[in-house]
Design a protein around this ligand. Structure first.
Ligand SMILES: Cc1cc2nc3c(=O)[nH]c(=O)nc-3n(C[C@H](O)[C@H](O)[C@H](O)COP(=O)(O)OP(=O)(O)OC[C@H]3O[C@@H](n4cnc5c(N)ncnc54)[C@H](O)[C@@H]3O)c2cc1C
Length: 486
């Protein structure tokens, strides 16, 4: 009897799961998730991600059982856990889908070599990317640093493989569920849910797992995709797919999304450029992984070495906390940070604005923001988060230059023109007239009491946008981190 072990990580799904697909033909298929309790390990999943993980694991177990499998949960050092299970179940082969974060790559390299030495077959697969980072290079054989040529090259390979179906059956042995049940930890023992119930609204917005992912995809393809090019920048509208947390935990693969887009194109008349723009955003995800893979230090340090001497400010704990909790007095920033806290997600346009305020107006190093996002985003993804922060801070590859400082007032007026987004998250601004909503401190003093903002941070924001912008530019020009002429 041949027994295969599938080590699930960021690929919590049945369909288009190459490791599971390869294992399915064994007699017995054990599927395992290991929670590594080493919280000190850099970039261990944050609190919001762990909420997602809990529910995605809960959703996966019955689906595995329906196919003759079952989910086995363990907690501990991954190599030790794998060895225990290999010996307990007499495993012949271990399969997994590759991770690309620097620590995960180092771990997987070591585990692969060790288990092979110990006589176990080990195979890894690409389950989570359209194009593997090592497979694509410039004509000079270098990694890409600029998105457009990267995607011109990668987009050709992106459609070269089609998604795999979910296995009908996992092995042919009847004893897997019973064996797993006698050996698994209960899900609650992984302690993935927060102790303080700050997650109370998450379930109103999200359904972690494969079914939730397919539903989000269907909803998006039903209509919003047609208006994606125009609506993707509008935080007041449901104009984007909301697929990011599902992608982050692999409840859906980018191959599945691309195949669904192509199938839709076959059924519908051309709908403008919506789908093309959307696929390009999936390309940005690929680019983020390409960068993290080839420049693994960038999760911690600036991609652009010219920023090494940049005079970042030491964070003021009061201001940092005001930014984190959405109490700076700048409506678009506060709405974004409260959206993040309440729903575990923030619109991309607003992510760029809050990041610009942190890295430019406050002049804090982007890592302070990246850490906060890491803990609070349900879609926290080391590649995308690193790239998003380095891009916003001007320190990244193909980044927005540092001297381009977003103005949250004009951004709000342009992308939240009726103020619906700001009002949704800042009930205290309900009575502020639309004209002043993005800069309530400009409301004439006599009207502030009636609008309910007299004496609040919205009458006197903690950050002076004009002055802090000027200071940021002075610091920038003094240290000149980018080549002259920018
Ligand atoms: C400071 C900052 C931090 C970010 N941190 C993360 C993060 O931790 N995890 C994360 O998934 N995204 C991150 N992003 C990128 C982007 O904001 C989110 O991917 C997007 O808002 C997710 O919403 P959606 O699924 O509706 O996106 P859609 O617009 O529907 O796009 C579809 C998918 O494309 C990918 N994508 C879209 N925009 C980007 C982008 N700019 N860069 C890379 N991939 C993109 C995502 O996987 C997304 O799910 C960050 C952006 C910024 C500016």
């Amino acid at each position: 009897m041949r027994t295969a072990l599938v080590w699930l990580r960021r690929d919590l799904r049945l369909a288009d799961n190459p490791a599971l697909h390869a294992a399915a033909s064994a007699d017995r298929v054990i599927t395992l998730y290991i929670d590594d309790p080493d919280r000190a390990a850099n970039w261990a999943p944050g609190a919001a991600s762990r909420w997602w993980l809990h529910h995605a694991l809960a959703a996966l177990d019955p689906d595995l059982r329906a196919r003759g499998g079952a989910l086995l949960l363990r907690r501990g050092d991954p190599l030790n856990c794998l060895r225990e299970i290999i010996s307990e179940f007499g495993i012949d082969a271990v399969y997994w889908n590759r991770c690309y974060e620097p620590a995960a790559r180092a771990r997987d390299r070591l585990i692969k070599a060790t288990l092979r030495e110990e006589g176990v077959e080990v195979q890894s697969f690409n389950g989570n990317l359209l194009v593997e980072p090592a497979d694509i290079k410039t004509l000079q054989g270098e990694p890409y640093r600029v998105f457009t040529p990267f995607w011109r090259n990668a987009a050709q390979s992106a459609r070269s493989s089609r998604p795999l179906p979910a296995p009908q059956r996992l092995g042919n042995s009847a004893d897997v569920a019973a064996l797993s049940a006698s050996s698994t930890l209960p899900l609650g023992a992984l302690e993935l849910l927060p102790r303080i119930a700050w997650d109370s609204e998450f379930s109103d917005h999200w359904q972690p797992g494969e079914r939730g992912a397919q539903q989000a995809l269907r909803l998006f393809l039903d209509a919003p995709v047609e208006r994606y090019k125009a609506d993707r920048d509008r935080p007041d509208r449901a104009g984007t797919s909301s697929l990011s947390p599902y992608l982050a935990w692999g409840n859906i693969s980018p191959r599945q999304i691309l195949a669904a887009i192509d199938a839709r194109a076959g059924r519908h008349p051309p709908d403008g450029e919506g789908a093309d723009w959307f696929v390009r955003e999936l390309g940005w995800r690929e680019f983020s992984y390409h960068l993290l893979y080839h420049f693994p230090h960038t999760a911690e340090r600036n991609m652009n070495p010219r920023f090494a001497e940049f005079p970042w400010a030491e964070p003021d704990p009061v201001l940092l906390q005001a930014w984190q909790s959405g109490r700076t007095g700048i409506p678009l920033v506060d709405a974004g940070m409260r959206q993040l806290w309440r729903t575990g997600w923030m619109h991309n346009r607003v992510r760029m604005v809050v990041a610009s305020v942190l890295c430019k107006n406050l002049r804090y190093h982007w890592s302070h923001g990246a850490r906060w996002f890491w803990d609070t985003l349900l879609d926290a993804d080391l590649a995308n988060n690193t790239q998003g922060w380095q891009w916003s801070a001007g320190t990244g590859a193909d980044a927005a230059p540092y001297f381009r400082v977003f103005n949250p007032v004009t951004q709000g007026e342009r992308f939240d023109p009726d103020g619906a987004y700001v009002r949704r998250y800042l009930p205290e601004l309900e009575r502020v007239p639309a004209r002043w909503l993005q800069q309530p401190w400009k409301l004439p003093a006599a009207e502030r009491a009636a609008a309910g903002i007299a004496g609040t941070v919205y009458a006197a924001p903690l950050i002076d946008l004009a002055q802090s912008r000027a200071q940021a530019l002075t610091a920038y020009h003094a240290s000149r981190p980018e080549p002259a002429g920018d």
